[in-house]
Design a binder for this molecule. Structure first.
Ligand code: NAI
Length: 483
């Protein structure tokens, strides 16, 4: 299911464009290409039905074709209503040697600018492999596919799905709507799906957080691999990826010069560190907000001012939330900001900025909203001042730009592919818990990306290895090492 309203001709043109971008992206994704070489003949994913819920970008397209080459049967959705690159989705449906009219690729249920209702319907469709089969494995980003299955099982046990009117949360309303429709026709669907599931590999901090919560509560229904906390994921994608794509999103949406401006980054974890660096690189004066004394001290020692958000409202020009937490910038904060302050979020969910309250105020006539262009709105308050909100508070680097570049996503997706192979091949090793990949595999992912950058490693001698009490071929660091 692709771009509604687009005719066959437009979709074919998108597929041709997407294929050219995919061919170029492959050159920048050495980790994935080397997995194709290593495992292409063996097909370790043969017999696996893999459902992916992860931003449908050009880089993800290279991941999908890698998993396919390793033998998997695949269905895909995006994990955000704004993040799909339609040309990538079309190219994946057409496949390498096919067309949209004669598709040889992978079913994709995603387009840029979905409604929330469409988003959850697409997620449900991608979880249906036909003949009463669900996926055997999931590639998740943020945990929405995992959530739908878990909530489905919960309501099947209860014998009913609560009415969507029981919640104020717009997103959860749609979850309930979809699950209600499914329960009517297939009262045991999610039990079957959960039984068939061998595991999920989760891409991001927020999704991993949800998984650990489920594990702690004893509610996790299948094994999970935490890809985010591979060093070659969070210390690269979250940091250098955001350093690249934050500024890209801000520039494409606003075209406002950042040099000399005051920019506030909320949160100084991996994403916050990348965002602060990128704004500093533009010559902005950067202020950090943090709740964690360690991260606050790190920010201070990098030369950033660290204060609560309330202290910045009179002076700051640009705000970026990176916390994975909610209500970081409230509607009340925005009502006190400088005129034309730019407000965006790069954390996984849109509730970092209190847009639900802004929507309420809009209904009550307390604010007005002017759309400047897709994913860029001006909200004006009764006193006449306004703020400019990117991507309706959803992650701005994927909503207003094209997300992280291929090279850094290659490291993330090589981890994803290794996790999927691991779940398929060594499934009996895993219980319904959350695991991280072994350090040797983490080091392997890094190794696969060195040549492209001309990096030449120093070889450890046997004597030095004995002196440090580590193997010559790694792993080189103990588990507790923090990089
Ligand atoms: P992290 O846990 O390393 O950093 C979050 C930081 O926010 C922590 O240091 C925490 O102390 C701080 N924080 C929490 N509540 C706060 C508050 N009220 N005020 C100020 N600071 C607060 O997480 P990470 O890896 O940096 O990820 C952050 C978010 O970004 C997550 O939602 C993650 O899923 C998402 N993400 C988005 C990407 C993108 O491309 N847009 C890429 C990678 C991650």
């Amino acid at each position: 299911k692709l771009k509604p309203g687009a005719g066959l001709e437009e979709l074919e043109a998108l597929a041709i464009w997407g294929r050219k971008e995919l061919d170029l992206a492959e050159q920048e994704m050495p980790g994935l290409m080397s997995l194709r070489e290593e495992f292409g003949a063996q097909k370790p994913l043969a017999g696996q039905r893999i459902m992916g819920s992860l931003h449908m970008t050009v880089q993800t397209a290279v991941l999908i074709e890698t998993l396919k080459e390793l033998g998997a049967d695949i269905r895909w959705v995006s994990c955000n209503i704004f993040s799909t690159q339609d040309q990538a989705a079309a190219a994946i449906v057409a496949g390498k040697n096919g067309t949209i009219a004669n598709p040889q690729g992978v079913p994709v249920f995603a387009w840029k600018d979905e409604t929330l209702q469409e988003y959850w319907q697409c997620t449900e469709r991608a979880l249906d492999f036909g003949n009463d089969n669900g996926p055997t494995q999931i590639v998740d980003d943020g945990g929405d596919a995992t959530l739908l299955i878990h909530k489905g099982v919960e309501f099947e046990k209860a014998g009913a799905v609560p009415s969507p009117d029981t919640t104020d949360n717009a997103e959860f309303k749609e979850v309930l709507r979809v699950l209600g429709q499914v329960l009517e026709v297939s009262p045991k669907r999610w039990h079957t799906v959960a039984e068939q599931m061998q595991g999920v590999s989760e891409e991001t901090t927020t999704g991993v957080h949800r998984l650990y919560q489920m594990e702690e509560a004893g509610e996790l229904l299948f094994p999970a691999i935490n890809v985010n906390d591979s060093v070659t994921k969070s210390k690269f994608d979250n940091l250098y990826g955001c350093r690249h794509s934050l500024i890209d999103g801000l520039n494409r949406a606003t075209d406002v010069m950042m040099s000399g401006k005051i920019a506030v980054v909320c949160g100084y974890g991996d994403v916050g560190k990348g965002c602060a660096q990128s704004l500093k690189g533009q010559g902005a004066r950067v202020i950090i907000t943090e709740i964690d004394p360690i991260c606050a001290l790190q920010a201070a020692m990098e030369g950033y001012e660290v204060v609560p958000l309330e202290n910045t409202l009179a002076e700051a020009d640009i705000y970026v939330t990176t916390t994975g937490n909610f209500n970081i910038i409230t509607a009340d904060h925005m009502s006190k900001m400088k005129d034309k302050a730019i407000v965006g979020n790069i954390g996984h969910f849109d509730n970092e900025i209190e847009m639900a309250q802004m929507d309420k105020w809009l209904e009550e006539g307390k604010v007005s909203k002017t759309n400047i262009k897709p994913q860029y709105d001006m909200w004006t308050f009764e006193d006449g001042h306004s703020v400019l909100v990117l991507a309706e508070g959803r992650l701005l680097n994927l909503g207003c730009a094209t997300g992280h570049p291929s090279f850094v996503m290659s490291a993330s997706f090589t981890n994803q592919s290794i996790a999927q192979i691991e779940l398929a091949v060594n499934n009996d090793k895993y219980e319904n818990k959350v695991y991280v990949l072994p350090k040797l595999l983490d080091e392997k992912v890094a190794r696969l990306h060195l040549d492209k950058l001309g990096v030449k490693l120093t070889k450890l001698t046997q004597e030095q290895a004995d002196y440090l009490n580590i193997p010559v071929d790694g792993p080189y660091k103990p588990e507790h090492y923090r990089y």
